[in-house]
Design a protein around this ligand. Structure first.
Ligand SMILES: *Cc1c(COP(=O)(O)O)cnc(C)c1O
Length: 447
């Protein structure tokens, strides 16, 4: 076995280019090669077991090897693995669309499938743009988008255009379409660098330019990739009412927050907000297969319905749109939520997680702990009292997660923010273990 894992490791270094990874560092490091999983546990080729503290990058919902989802995929595999959604349909995609319309906020009436969060966002942007173009007249001037600073909406160029994380996005600016960016109110409490009220900025922008604005895109309740920054209460509701007032389409990116991650099925429920377009991916299949959905209102859909020769169709689609295996997983995922009362059973776990995290606040280099439901960011700082961060090259976040790995926990940082986003199915015992390991790892990495 040792020789097999050695060979795999060599071939990984020889042939593979990993995402969001400085490969020069990677070539000198040793990383687990995961071969099995069960529940909240990952098992590598050497038989080492790890707790999955980030739901395999924010996707796993009911745990790995979930019987009901495994069976649903196998059953579909016995029928057909893929059939195109262009010019044809299939039962599970129809059933899933019906289920999604039922569980998402009122007003969302149609489901357009794709296969990842970035494409779900691209589709929402293109739909919003085309909608106003096809309304015609003065509406055709509504061509711009508004997004928040620090936003993350994916890595394809449209999604990067509305993104606001300089480290990831700055270099590509010459390739991107121009947008209007509003300061983000989603900030750590110690960060007083921006005194302008983002809502006031948004309102004055809309007052002046609403006739040029197609849509506004926002991550509800939590800017995740920005470093787990929670929104001030009421912000989303205020944005919704400004969008309605100025005839701007509200696009909610629930790719990270959807499917229970914030404690409710969708984050926007917590402020009673319904968007015009909703982007879903990550947790949609319970973390099994790539599938995404962009939901739209009847009004937007109607804007694309016209006689054939007017050429108003939405000319967008992917080879694997609505892949049947992925739809089977997604339907089984939704059934698990219902059958197992996942959201109800999640509430005491959220409270336990909050209590356990309290113990970390006394660590000398923990600057801030932010939590919305099962989404957590623990920010490490050289001097929290002065708001002084660690230098980038100190790799404090990376060193901390390597300490955690040694202690049997897989996590991944965003800079010096330690992210925790365990599967909703994690046991209370594992929540306690996870937070203890994080505490020990932060201590080991910052001593
Ligand atoms: C992960 C993420 C995306 C991109 O999804 P991919 O499936 O990785 O393309 C978009 N928006 C948000 C908020 C995300 O967290």
């Amino acid at each position: 076995m040792a020789s097999r894992s050695h060979r795999l490791r060599q071939d990984d270094k020889r042939y593979v280019w990993h995402p969001f990874t400085q490969m020069q560092s990677w070539l000198h490091e040793c990383h687990p090669i995961i071969e099995h999983g069960k529940g909240s546990t990952l098992i590598d080729v050497d038989g080492r077991r790890y707790l999955d503290g980030i739901s395999s990058l924010w996707v796993t919902v009911h745990g790995h090897r979930k019987g009901a989802i495994d069976r649903a995929i196998r059953a579909q595999l016995g029928k057909i693995a893929h059939t195109t959604f262009l010019g044809l349909s299939h039962p599970l995609a129809i059933e899933l669309a019906k289920a999604l319309v039922r569980i998402t906020p009122q007003g969302l009436a149609k489901v357009f499938y794709s296969d990842n969060g970035s494409t779900a966002v691209e589709i929402a942007l293109k739909m919003a743009f085309q909608y106003w173009q096809q309304r015609g007249g003065a509406f055709a001037r509504k061509r711009r988008f508004i997004a928040l600073e620090e936003a993350y909406h994916g890595d394809t160029l449209g999604a990067v255009s509305v993104g606001g994380i300089d480290l990831f996005h700055q270099l590509y600016r010459p390739l991107l379409f121009p947008i209007w960016r509003v300061p983000s109110p989603y900030r750590a409490p110690w960060d007083r660098s921006r005194r302008l009220d983002p809502l006031k900025r948004l309102e004055s922008l809309l007052k002046r330019h609403h006739d040029q604005v197609a849509g506004l895109i926002v991550e509800p309740l939590m800017q995740a990739a920005a470093g787990m920054l929670p929104s001030p209460p009421g912000f989303l509701k205020a944005v919704r009412s400004l969008c309605s007032q100025y005839d701007v389409l509200l696009i909610l990116d629930e790719v990270a927050t959807g499917f229970g991650r914030t404690g409710t099925m969708f984050a926007c429920e917590q402020e009673g907000v319904a968007p015009d377009l909703l982007c879903l991916a990550k947790g949609l299949t319970g973390g099994y297969l790539p599938l995404a959905a962009t939901l739209a209102t009847q009004q937007i859909f109607d804007g694309f319905c016209a006689p054939y020769e007017e050429k108003k169709a939405f000319f967008h689609g992917h080879s694997y749109t609505a892949n049947p295996l992925a739809c089977a997983a997604a339907l089984a995922n939704l059934q698990c939520f219902q059958r197992e009362q996942t959201l109800r059973r999640l509430q005491p776990k959220i409270a336990l997680l909050r209590r356990e995290l309290e113990a970390l606040r006394s660590l000398p280099h923990v600057g801030d702990i932010r939590q919305v439901g099962f989404m957590v960011g623990i920010e490490m700082m050289r001097d929290p009292a002065r708001g002084e961060p660690y230098p980038y090259e100190a790799k404090t976040g990376i060193r901390t997660i390597l300490e955690a790995r040694r202690r049997g926990l897989i996590i991944r940082p965003l800079g010096d923010v330690i992210v925790l986003m365990p599967p909703l199915s994690i046991s209370q015992r594992d929540i306690v273990r996870m937070v203890r390991i994080v505490g020990d790892s932060i201590t080991a990495a910052t001593e």
